[in-house]
Design a protein around this ligand. Sequence first.
Ligand SMILES: [Fe+2]
Ligand SMILES: [Fe+2]
Length: 281
Amino acid sequence: MEKYLNKGIKDLISEFPEVRDILNEYNIGCVPCSVGSCLLKDIVQIHNLSPEDEEELMARITRAIYPVRNLAKRDSNIDISNGVYPDRKIKMPKIKKKAATESKEVKYSPPIQKLVDEHALIKKWLVLIPEVIEKLDIETEDGRKLVCDGVYFIRSYADKFHHAKEEDILFKYFDGTLDIIKAMHEDHETGRAHVRAIIEALERKDKKAIIEHLNGYKELLTGHIKKEDESLYPWMDRGLSIQQVGELFAKFNEAEEKIGKEVVERCRKFVTETEQRMKII
Ligand SMILES: [Fe+2]
Ligand SMILES: [Fe+2]
């Protein structure tokens, strides 16, 4: 089993497709991840399941990897001579955790909470995108302005402000070669590519392409934020010292000063006004 713990998840899933369904049941959505070379042991550690869930998950993965009929062939250390099922016989590898959570409710440190709060505003915009698409009219000045304002929000608030705090500050406290960090960077880049495509499509009045890339951005960021809120941030929080949490808080405050209150305010106003507008039109 040890060798499978140290195997990239995409390779493991292609060898044992059932593992994908098992992970999905535990809300461990590795399939959409573009990198996919995270090791099974890192994935289990990052998602910080309860000890019971982790044991059950590992038992099910072990069963998928070592069906009873193949046990003797694949691992000579496993004795199935008396017909014992693998989940009862195989000793689960212990995965080191900094601290096991007692409850499912996530408590973030103050600087990470700031990022989660920023996600909340970004998600409000993502929720509006289908309605914006439905009512999209690029033949009018007003309709084109709505797309431009949406792009301004993404570029200023979601990217220059929020993603920059992650890339330039938070992620620097961790090993940048980790697949989970690389996957987050890749998502940010894919988001930027969608935005460039929206602007280009608007210039040539290509409504179909605007819709395609607005939808692409919505899909991407919805999954990205879920991964950060539910897995990455809690995992990072567990790895930060109290001193580092303090440093992060101060650095985030500096970043907020740098971008300027008026930009943040303009972005908040855009979301509130678009919410109103989508109700009216
Ligand atoms: Fe991010
Ligand atoms: Fe984020």
